[in-house]
Ligand binder design. Sequence first.
Ligand code: MTE
Ligand code: MO
Length: 367
Amino acid sequence: SNYAEEPPRHPALKINSKEPFNAEPHRTALVASYITPVDFFYKRNHGPIPKVEDLSRYSVSISGLVNKHIQLSMADIWALPKYNVTATLQCAGNRRTAMSKVRKVRGVGWDISALGNATWGGAKLSDVLELVGIPKLSSVTSLGGKHVEFVSVDKCKEEKGGPYTASIPLKQATNPDADVLLAYEMNGEILNRDHGYPLRVVVPGVIGARSVKWLDSINIIEEECQGFFTQKDYKMFPPTVDWDNINWSTRRPQMDFPVQARIAGYALSGGGRGIERVDISVDGGKTWVEARRYQKDNVPYVSDGPQSDKWAWVLFEATLDIPANAEIVAKAVDSSANVQPENVEDIWNLRGILNTSWHRIKIQNTS
Ligand code: MTE
Ligand code: MO
């Protein structure tokens, strides 16, 4: 591993780990705009940032359980219809630090900003897979492929120096409405190195871990990806499971993220479920008022071409009198009426993922 050629980063980011580079914006910077500027978008890496020097020699291979195996150049990918999808990417470890206060967990200590909302530009994976003869809305190939695996070029210590990998079901990959992209643009700019230059996967509505950066190859496989990050990480265990009694094979890899919100604030849900409402309390959850959403008022970047934003967060605000010694609480309800758990203790898990408990801030008000 070699960290000598890391890209420049904005000095305002809060660094949670230097090598690999893991950083998030400060609380106040995050919701300054509906679209998160690239500089302030959280960065989550498991190794040094790869460097593609010669784009003309870059290609993505597609192979596995398909009759046709191909190599796609960037020119091949640019030639496909371009889609702009506004989607919030959220790390499963967002709000882990708060969970670690209940009991120790393993993982990068994220505050509440390990997420960002961007307009991703690229080709739809469903169009790309048609190039190897897989029709739209397929759940199995003629050779028995049921999952689509993404392999990167980075070198991760969890993979003993091997690349980062993930997979999604073929059914999702070939569904045009799932908006899974091979993205080469972020907010109208060429994707930068930190976020996966020259090409990354974006799986909207799903934990960030499945959106593989620096894509090298796509494999059509029968079972879910067998890599570390799919099998031995990013799974949700009950509070009774700890490192001395864990059996990884008993749980499915986490895909959609659950409904989530933070105070002053963003709210979002996974799987394309929108936000129905956000409730705010100033008395620790005894009484509530409904917050107002304002997300569309300050879009700094408007893209051309077909668009979709069902995968994006909602920004909200509320005006309230804050009493002395208030406990402010925010909780969101998604379009399927899913709600957030009240207490972090109830969802504690050894990897510290998916802390979607009510977000609380205690205020010592001396006025
Ligand atoms: N892809 C590769 N190749 N290597 C990685 O370390 N990290 C994943 C995912 N894709 C990762 C990756 C995780 S855990 C997250 S949350 C997102 O990328 C973060 O994407 P970002 O750095 O663009 O915010
Ligand atoms: Mo992540």
